[in-house]
Ligand binder design. Structure first.
Ligand SMILES: Nc1ncnc2c1ncn2[C@@H]1O[C@H](COP(=O)(O)OP(=O)(O)OP(=O)(O)O)[C@@H](O)[C@H]1O
Length: 148
């Protein structure tokens, strides 16, 4: 998910491009203006953290939407997190998205699911309707993936 600061800063294309160029497949994409309830649900595991109220406010105040995406491909959850870089951009390796574009933990531009279980939960939350995920085969797929 591209968070409101990433959207405001015009980073949507750059972030999508990084995943496309790596060889991942985009199977769902939409802008969403999260309600307070959606933001609370998305970050429910952080509800006891001191920054939780400001995180929820920032995600849901309507200053910018988020871009929810589902990417598919080999090891995409772990590789996607690596491409994002450390949660705190000051710890993020240069060359990662956060290491290249961000300097503040509260404005780290992107969220990535951290496990298969959280990906399943988050996909269900942001893409609840049947048919929102599209199964398709890029024409270049055989040049990205080998069946050997
Ligand atoms: N100390 C903090 N101060 C302010 N915001 C924070 C802090 N720690 C985390 N956050 C915010 O909460 C989000 C979720 O924190 P979490 O620990 O789950 O990290 P993450 O899994 O790398 O991030 P995300 O879930 O957004 O991908 C962070 O991306 C960041 O925006």
């Amino acid at each position: 998910m591209i968070k409101p600061d990433g959207v405001q800063r015009g980073l949507i294309g750059k972030i999508i491009n990084r995943f496309e160029e790596r060889g991942y497949k985009l199977v769902a994409l939409k802008t969403v203006a999260p309600s307070k309830e959606m933001a609370e649900r998305h970050y429910a595991d952080l509800k006891n953290k001191p920054f939780f109220p400001s995180l929820v406010e920032y995600m849901s105040n309507g200053a910018a939407p988020v871009v929810a995406m589902v990417w598919e491909g080999s090891d995409v959850i772990r590789q996607g997190r690596a491409m994002l870089g450390a949660t705190s951009p000051l710890d993020a390796a240069s060359g990662t998205l956060r290491g290249q574009y961000c300097v503040s933990i509260g404005r780290n531009a992107i969220h990535g699911s951290d496990s298969f279980e959280s990906a399943e939960k988050e996909i269900g939350m942001w893409f609840p309707q049947a048919g929102e995920l599209i199964s398709w085969t890029p024409a270049i797929w055989n040049w990205v993936m080998s069946n050997n």
